[in-house]
Design a protein around this ligand. Structure first.
Ligand code: SF4
Length: 325
């Protein structure tokens, strides 16, 4: 993705956590080999809800909780066949992140939420782009995609679906002070001219329990100004680092050379969320990792991130698979 043109929350939050990690992941496009069941299950779960909410939006009077459950399961399985089934053949080994468990989760989801959401769906998978050019001529657009937008009386409610193993004491605060929340609220404000609220619908995916815990956040209108102010600050820093990186590519030719761009946020970021940073070993091995720009180190491959093309590719693969049936 060209970060002088656009940026999304996932890249931005990586930069805020550690600029060097951003460089590994989004400038050098290095990804660890192997697949994550959490990511695959999460995207199948999202796709199941996307298809069923599209149906609910189209035909709110005639669909039942059972219709929506069946639509969700079918969509989940369609994507799972492509991304999950070839990698994880034994469902017992991946339980509770398995298609069978997802089917039970959808059933409970729709039994619980249909009565709240019925007749309120305004948009499903709504893309947005916030133009920041009036803050500086070379700033990229801030882009994103909102899972679901519901009518909420005279206002709107933004819904974001998440799957989680557990809800911790500080989970609500982590969502409250998140650029993801503020970005969605800003987009809702700009495009619907209303101060929205956002609810994270947390689908608890545990071996012995299925539950859905909504976390709702409302903010003052001035919080949006604060977000935009901070956003511009970080985007300017990223633009500066991109320029410095081009200079580093010329000047830093030895493994021990020290880069001026994308500094390390050494310390807590390396072991955040009780796990080791994906690039921990690369960071320890060389001061200057730019030698890996053309030759990925062992255990890594190149995979360039662009949320727009990622989504388009997924839909094309699904359409191809459907054509073959
Ligand atoms: S190991 Fe630490 S310093 Fe290195 S990229 Fe990861 S978070 Fe940043």
């Amino acid at each position: 993705m060209d970060y002088t043109e656009k940026i999304d929350y996932s890249s931005l939050s990586t930069y805020m956590g550690c600029p060097r990690k951003f460089m590994f992941q989004y400038m050098m496009h290095l990804r660890p080999s192997g697949n994550s069941i959490h990511l695959v299950f999460g995207s199948c779960w999202h796709y199941g809800l996307e298809e069923s909410y599209s149906l609910l939006k189209k035909d709110p009077k005639n669909v039942s909780a059972m219709d929506l459950t069946i639509t969700s399961i079918k969509a989940f399985n369609k994507l799972w066949e492509l991304d999950g089934a070839p990698l994880w053949k034994d469902e017992d080994l991946i339980f509770p992140k398995s298609p069978g468990h997802a089917a039970n989760m959808y059933k409970q989801y729709w039994e619980r939420f249909l009565e709240f959401d019925h007749g309120k769906v305004l948009a499903v998978e709504a893309p947005f782009a916030i133009n920041l050019s009036h803050y500086g001529s070379h700033l990229p657009r801030y882009i994103g995609r909102i899972d679901l937008i519901l009518k909420d009386g005279e206002g709107i409610e933004i819904i974001d679906h998440k799957t989680a193993k557990a809800i911790y004491k500080i989970t609500p605060q982590s969502f409250e002070n998140s650029f993801q929340t503020d970005g969605y609220l800003t987009a809702g404000r700009l495009f619907y001219n209303k101060i929205p609220k956002i609810t994270y619908r947390m689908a608890l995916c545990q071996k012995s329990k299925i539950d859905f815990q909504p976390i709702t956040i409302s903010k003052r209108a001035s919080a949006i100004d604060h977000f935009l102010h901070d956003l511009v600050f970080y985007l300017k820093k990223i633009q500066k680092d991109i320029t410095l990186l081009e200079e580093d590519k010329e000047k830093c030719t030895n493994r021990t050379d020290l880069l001026q761009s994308f500094h390390r946020c050494y310390g807590q970021a390396c072991t955040a969320f009780f796990s080791q940073c994906t690039y921990f070993d690369l960071c320890r091995l060389r001061n200057n990792p730019l030698g890996w720009i053309d030759k990925a180190p062992q255990g890594f491959h190149y995979d360039e991130w662009d949320p727009d093309t990622h989504d388009e590719k997924m839909r094309n693969r699904l359409a191809d698979a459907e054509g073959k049936e």
